[in-house]
Design a protein around this ligand. Structure first.
Ligand code: ADP
Length: 530
């Protein structure tokens, strides 16, 4: 993930990311903002009347304002327009959410797996039934193209379906005993109340892949979505209530991130913290989880290499790298951050890749044909601009793009830069924008060394037609996920997560369920007594 704490309180686009007691009317246009496109305007009116545009937090099954009535403004990154004012919550609301979650845990954890499964299944059905509205909400507050946003809804919902099924498959063990008068059993039990802190780049999917396995296991949850994109989280929570998730089993509080985070971390009732976001914040949360010894799962930043070997199929490498780099305008932690290209194919790849990138359509996510939406805010644009400037000043050459898009706001031109080297910032840090740096390498050993020369270890991609090389390189890469001749590899059925400083734990698949369980060993003695 991208932006540091300083960015959080900076003026971003048209609004200030701090709680405010002013109740500016939603849909208000400030002088700095572009006029909201008609599509976005009619969408937000429709969403308002559908009941899915929620602006209050959810605590104990009730929609409530922040206790001091402060709000934060949510804006549309494509226009800067204010879409809604949402409750800006802090310590008190979070403590109440934890208390309601703790109470709900007593009954939710005792329901049968089948009962929990049916509730989750109904939630999945509702998410799918409302995929258009949820997709529209994602585009409205996050900016990604509507088609991609609806794709995120399908992806996000798939975690709820998967864990509705998995709820019924949480098996324990019976261990052959070490003494004839004993019986040894292993039970898997839910950890308890979970605090889930999520980012803005996938406003739905980053929540469902935490809440799905948590609820399936019998845990209850307090979700803190990003203050940039709370609307999707609130709509999903509304559908969860409609599906029969009981009051308190799922709470949503948003607003003052450090306050909410501190309250979740300080509470001995919260037994697990699950987080997706920046490495810097993840480290803080991990340290703050120590005094109460909570379980911690972290999905942090990446620095994914996409390695193109001389023996790769050029078309496959171009398509795969394009998808891995430019999905969500380069704002994912599994985005190809460095494109490593072998000497023999470097020029051919640079030309074919630039041609493909040139065809990407930048625009408002609601406009038909758009494939690249805006970046999330001004700080994101400034970061991309400074990385590009740094690379050019050290000798890199821009093949395509390299500047803000003529649409203004936070739109940036899809960019390809060649002759990037390891001393440039974009080789070391996440760009989180639509910029593809091409780095040249000579041998397979060089590629592996460059790829692993980072503190991150989330996703890596390799493109080669050699089966032996696929194995060799996949095994040598210090990454949690490897795509071989594939640029999009995330799915609910496979484990997602990083090594090194990219995180701890896995999400999705049967492995994702383990994160929400405690293992209890029971030794039954005196079994031979008559
Ligand atoms: P990004 O740079 O992508 O915004 P962050 O790590 O800053 O990534 O944000 C990810 C999530 O972490 C968001 O929900 C944000 O509000 C939250 N967050 C940021 N700082 C803190 C903090 N000190 N304590 C708890 N949550 C935080």
């Amino acid at each position: 993930m991208v932006l540091g704490a300083a960015a959080r309180v900076a003026i971003v686009g048209c609004r200030r990311l701090v709680c405010s007691s002013s109740h500016a009317s939603p849909l208000l246009v400030s002088s700095q903002c572009r006029q909201m496109s008609m599509d976005a305007q009619s969408v937000s009116e429709k969403l308002r009347s559908s009941g899915l545009l929620r602006t209050q937090g959810l605590i104990g099954g009730k929609w409530i304002d922040s206790y001091d009535k402060t709000t934060i403004k949510v804006n549309n990154p494509a226009t800067g327009e204010i879409v809604a004012d949402v409750a800006c919550m802090g310590v008190k609301e979070t403590n109440d959410a934890i208390a309601s979650s703790y109470e709900a845990f007593q009954s939710w954890s005792r329901r049968t797996a089948g009962e929990r499964s049916r509730v989750l299944r109904r939630w999945f059905d509702l998410l799918v039934a409302h995929k258009e509205e949820l997709g529209q909400l994602i585009t409205l507050e996050q900016g990604k193209p509507l088609k991609e946003a609806i794709g995120e809804v399908a992806y996000g919902a798939s975690f709820i379906e998967y864990y509705a099924e998995e709820a019924k498959r949480v098996y324990g063990d019976i261990i052959p005993p070490n003494a004839s008068d004993r019986r040894l059993l292993v039970l898997k039990q839910p950890v308890g109340v979970v605090g889930a802190i999520t980012p803005w780049n996938f406003p739905l999917a980053m929540i469902t892949r935490k809440v799905g396995p948590a609820l399936a296991s019998g845990c209850t949850v307090v979700v803190k979505p990003s203050e940039l994109t709370p609307l999707t989280a609130l709509a999903a929570a509304e559908l969860a209530l409609q599906a029969g998730v009981p009051p308190g089993a799922l709470n949503v509080v948003m607003g003052n991130a450090p306050e909410i985070g501190d309250a979740l971390l300080a509470s001995p009732q919260v037994r697990k913290i699950t987080f997706t976001g920046s490495t810097a914040v993840g480290k803080k949360l991990m340290a703050a989880a120590a005094p109460t010894v909570k379980k911690v799962s972290l999905e942090l930043g990446g620095n994914a290499p996409s390695i193109i070997f001389d023996d790769a199929d050029l078309d496959v490498a171009v398509k795969g790298t394009l998808a891995a780099k430019f999905r969500n305008s380069g704002q994912t932690c599994v985005c190809a951050n460095r494109v490593l290209v072998q000497d023999g194919i470097y020029d051919k790849f640079a030309e074919a890749f630039s041609e493909a990138v040139q065809k990407l359509e930048v625009g408002d996510g609601f406009k038909e044909g758009t494939t690249q939406g805006p970046l999330i805010n001004d700080a994101a644009i400034q970061k991309v601009e400074s990385f590009v400037q740094d690379a050019v000043s050290k000798g890199a050459k821009i093949l395509l793009g390299g500047k803000k898009h003529s649409l203004g706001m936070t739109f940036y031109e899809p960019t390809v830069i060649r002759d990037v080297t390891s001393n440039m910032i974009m080789s070391k840090e996440e760009i989180f924008g639509p910029v593809a740096p091409l780095i040249r390498f000579k041998t397979e050993e060089d590629a592996i060394r460059i790829a692993n020369d980072t503190i991150a270890g989330l996703a890596a991609y390799i493109f080669t037609n050699s089966v032996q090389r696929s194995w060799r390189v996949s095994e040598a890469l210090e990454y949690g996920l490897v795509g071989v001749n594939e640029g999009i590899i995330s799915t609910e059925v496979a484990p997602f997560g990083g090594v090194k400083q990219s995180g701890l734990g896995r999400e999705g698949s049967k492995y994702g369920m383990d994160e929400y369980h405690e293992i209890k060993y029971i030794c039954m003695g005196d079994m031979n007594r008559q």
